[in-house]
Design a protein. Sequence first.
Length: 120
Amino acid sequence: MSKKTLVIGASLKEERYSNKAIVKLVENNIEVVAVGLRSGVVAGVNIDTEKLDFKNIHTVTLYLSANRQDEFYNYIISLQPERVIFNPGTENEEFYKLLEAKNIKVEVACTLVLLATKQY
């Protein structure tokens, strides 16, 4: 089963966790699309700067602090993912409730740990 993943808050900087997540997702043969502040390519994945209407998104993994997420609420919900992963530092009770009301699973976890422990 495909777990096509959208990384939001994607960074071109190799030391950033969003960058590491893209690399690990690709290494695990998971299709990845990404949105960030700057366009570029990480591990063969284009980082878009606009909220594109991606299709068949299984998972959205967030790398944005809670105070930067509100502009993404409607966008993420419109993509109808099966789950949204809130990585450390992205926790957001308000957004959890909005997602759960739309039957989108909320997972407070680290994408890198989930991948490393085969729980992704």
